[in-house]
Design a protein. Structure first.
Length: 410
């Protein structure tokens, strides 16, 4: 009952000086709000990345043009990845089922049916559908004969079909990319968002030879994609076969591209193990950054709180002296001021948490981001904020408790 009464007195004192109480909680409020927004958006982004990573097939290896580590994308400026590399991989690397070569260009203009739109052009081989596990919905696809004759044919993605032809049957119709006219042979099945997080149906497929010679005027590839016969872990050694196969591909490309240490690779290799490691690394880094930000921002807020409370003690010396003269002990004064610090901190945490959620929801609504929860991390932030509130209130409370009644009432 005594502690409850002292708490009530502390809260009344805060309500008497609302502006001062607001400045006392401002540091905690802003820190918790910012961290809540950052935490929810960061966790949402990590969750989205994990969802995308889960779509990456466990038996696929992809070799991208361009160096780098981890989940990288092809680099258009790199011209060293060639169709002959894909043929060598197919012939010399065991444990592979299919190998397919792809060259791509993004953001090209396509015309058809008196309409025009932008699209991504992928030059493919007939086995592309099996490697991608993505098949024809209507019509037929690229054939070996199309490759051999550099046929002016194509397959439309669902998005391009709808933008150019709507409900009209496009099979046999013509489209134009640059100065090249292509006859539509087929339509891909709709897929939606792919492993990279981009819309997959916004594409057009063209025979590899047609694209390299007639559309792109180039010799090199964007990437080589292959499926592994047995990607799983070897029970005796614990080695993962897909990782060993990827390393064999790396060594072969080193030989073909004449790369020796310390030269950097002019290609990058991606497979399921690398994607998973990247996601774990991102999540770990995000968590560490959040904890560091939480510590720094709340410590700053605690310093602000302590200094304002010290000023408050100096302004309330007569009140403290009167209470001591009427029988209040040093412990009573200490508890009252400590409770004020805790009350300010708790209110700052509550308002900051609500404000942070509102900000994150608004950002998601207007910036197409994603949000997620980590109650364990949020509980850690709350606990740390409470500890900062206690430590920030101890020094002012001790100073107030040490004041002598006679001196304060002079």
């Amino acid at each position: 009952m005594r502690i409850l009464r002292l708490t009530q007195e502390g809260i009344r004192a805060l309500l008497t000086h609302k502006l001062r109480a607001f400045f006392m909680m401002a540091g905690t409020l802003i820190g918790v709000a910012a961290l809540t927004a950052i935490m929810t958006i960061s966790m949402g982004t990590a969750r989205k990345l994990k969802q995308q990573a889960s779509k990456w097939p466990h038996d696929v290896i992809k070799v991208n043009a361009g160096g780098g580590k981890g989940y990288t994308m092809p680099q258009e400026a790199i011209t060293t990845l060639l169709p002959a590399d894909a043929e060598a991989i197919q012939d010399q690397i065991d444990n592979l089922v299919l190998v397919t070569s792809v060259a791509e260009k993004r953001g090209l203009s396509i015309k058809g049916n008196s309409r025009q739109t932008g699209t991504n052009v992928f030059s493919i081989q007939p086995n592309w559908h099996e490697v991608m596990n993505w098949y024809i919905d209507q019509g037929e696809s690229v054939t070996d004969e199309d490759i051999a004759t550099m046929a002016r044919v194509c397959v439309l993605g669902a998005t391009i079909r709808e933008e150019l032809f709507g409900e009209q049957d496009p099979i046999g119709e013509m489209v134009q990319i640059g100065n090249v006219h292509l006859r539509i042979k087929g339509i891909l099945k709709p897929r939606g968002v792919g492993t990279s997080g981009r819309a997959s149906d916004d594409r057009i497929l063209v025979p590899l030879s047609t694209a390299l010679r007639r559309l792109f005027n180039q010799e090199h590839l964007s990437y080589i994609r292959m499926t592994v016969r047995d990607p799983d872990k070897i029970e005796d050694t614990g080695e993962i076969r897909i990782e060993r196969t990827a390393e064999e591909v790396r060594q072969l490309l080193h030989e073909r591209h004449h790369i020796t240490p310390p030269q950097e690779d002019d290609f990058s290799i991606v497979h399921s193990s690398i994607v998973i490691k990247d996601i774990r690394s991102i999540s770990k880094t995000t968590t560490v950054l959040l904890i560091v930000l939480a510590g720094l921002s709340l410590i700053v807020g605690g310093i602000v709180l302590m200094n304002i409370m010290l000023v408050s003690v100096n302004e309330r010396t007569k009140e403290i002296g009167l209470r001591r003269a009427l029988g209040a002990t040093r412990g009573d004064i200490f508890i009252q001021f400590l409770n004020e610090s805790l009350a300010v901190t708790v209110v700052g945490i509550v308002i900051g948490g609500i404000l942070g959620w509102i900000v994150s929801i608004l950002l998601v609504k207007y910036r197409y981001l994603s949000i997620g929860n980590s109650w364990g991390l949020f509980a850690l932030i709350v606990l740390f904020a409470l500890l900062i509130g206690i430590f920030s209130g101890v020094q002012p409370a001790r100073r107030a408790a040490k004041l002598q009644p006679v001196e304060t009432l002079r």
